[in-house]
Design a protein around this ligand. Structure first.
Ligand SMILES: *Cc1c(COP(=O)(O)O)cnc(C)c1O
Length: 394
């Protein structure tokens, strides 16, 4: 009996991208079977994370890495690492961090709903700069003097949200922060592809970078990567792992050796974000597949599928299609005139059997976005027919 029948669930056609709330990118059979194999074994999780560190480091050009339960968890762990370092008393105090530096600088233009994952560790987010470019009010972005003016003895880190628009500013900000001893945490959860970003953000000077494992990488939905400086990743790992150990009898893996010196910290702030053996193995297999995929061929194949879907909408009144690129993957923009028709088309698609999800970020402008990254090729024809019907009636 399928899990759909067993639990009375309805599957969804996902043309909205790798969205976490729709289950991320469907997993390849190779990844699922590696997870099933891991599920039946007993493994030492700390050793497994050490192996993960070496594999992730190889793919990312990082000193170290670890598997988390998502990019949001990676951000909380990154903040915990920057706040506590290797200090057990600080690890034990989190999320109450009044007694030591706990401020994380965050440009206003980089604040997202995920930024509170940093605050969850006990950090206080300090807003920086203004949003003149975003609002169209002016030409100036974040400037070095604004960073300096915000640094106090309580400053612990700088947070940066990577997007195709912000990435160019990273090297300058990272160099500025490094000179002031401030680690830079980069949220790059959804900045894959391009695969170059696996290495690029660290090469640009990020101290820690967070990627989602359940989005384009195609790993377990509840997986992610935190990678970068070995001392910070080690601190993050120490605050995530189960610490119910006798330190005298334990040989910690290399990543933890500088932290576990005959004594172990208590369960950390990240104890609730434990990555299981299934997630760790699944993420590693998925990362290997992802890194080994020919991106140009993949992009061309996705674009060809979108062209076919766009062709199925030809001849509709006041409907325009345009094949573009989101900065991550090819995307088909379907523009309805007047724009008010788009909300009705989205509702019609959600009422379809099975429900169809499209990108809704530009619905107010009359645009439906078709992102094929999580769309099974076998659903292309159903999607095209549903889209045609929704756009014709909307
Ligand atoms: C998706 C996303 C996250 C969270 O990723 P999870 O792996 O679902 O925890 C964080 N930040 C940004 C910018 C994202 O797009």
């Amino acid at each position: 009996m399928s899990v759909l029948d067993r639990f009375g669930l309805t599957r969804r056609i996902n043309a909205a991208g790798t969205l976490t709330r729709l289950g991320g990118r469907p997993m390849a059979a190779e990844v699922a079977s590696a997870m099933a194999e891991a599920a039946s074994l007993s493994l030492d999780i700390a050793t497994l994370q050490q192996v993960a560190s070496e594999r992730i480091a190889g793919h990312l050009g990082a000193e170290a890495g670890m598997v988390t339960t998502g990019a949001a968890a990676a951000l909380t762990l990154a903040a915990a690492a920057c706040l506590a370092g290797s200090d057990f008393a600080r690890m034990a105090a989190l999320p109450f961090a009044d007694g030591f530096p706990n401020e994380i600088l965050l440009p206003r233009t980089h604040r997202t709903m995920y930024s509170r994952a940093l605050a969850a560790a006990g950090a206080r987010l300090v807003d920086l700069g203004h949003n003149d470019r975003g609002t169209g009010a002016g030409v100036r972005g974040l400037e070095a003097w604004e960073i300096d003016a915000a640094i106090t003895p309580r400053t612990a880190a700088f947070a940066f949200t990577a997007t195709p628009e912000t990435i160019a500013a990273l090297p300058g900000i990272a160099a500025h922060c490094r000179a002031r001893g401030l680690p830079v945490i980069v949220d790059a959860a959804a900045q894959l592809p391009p695969r170059d970003n696996l290495r690029r953000l660290l090469a640009m000077g990020a101290d820690l970078v967070a990627f989602s494992g359940g989005k384009a990488i195609g790993g377990p939905q509840a997986s992610g990567i935190l990678a970068g400086r070995a001392d910070l990743v080690g601190s993050a790992l120490a605050q995530q792992l189960d610490m119910d150990i006798r330190a005298e009898a334990w040989s910690p893996p290399a990543l933890l050796a500088p932290i576990i010196r005959g004594a172990a910290p208590p369960h950390g702030i990240g104890r609730g974000f434990k990555a299981g053996k299934e997630e760790i193995i699944g993420l590693l297999v998925a990362l290997e597949r992802f890194a080994g995929t020919d991106e140009a061929a993949e992009t061309a194949a996705l674009a060809a599928r979108l062209a076919g879907i766009g062709a199925a909408l030809a001849g509709l009144n006041s409907v325009r299609t345009e094949l573009g690129h989101s900065g991550r993957a090819p995307v088909l923009a379907v523009t309805l005139d007047p724009p008010s028709r788009a909300a009705g088309a989205v509702a019609a698609l959600l009422a379809h059997d099975p429900p169809v999800h499209v990108g809704e970020r530009r619905v107010a402008d009359g645009v439906l976005l078709i992102d094929p990254q999580s769309l099974a090729p076998t659903d292309d024809a159903t999607l095209a027919a549903a889209l045609r019907a929704a756009c014709a009636s909307g």
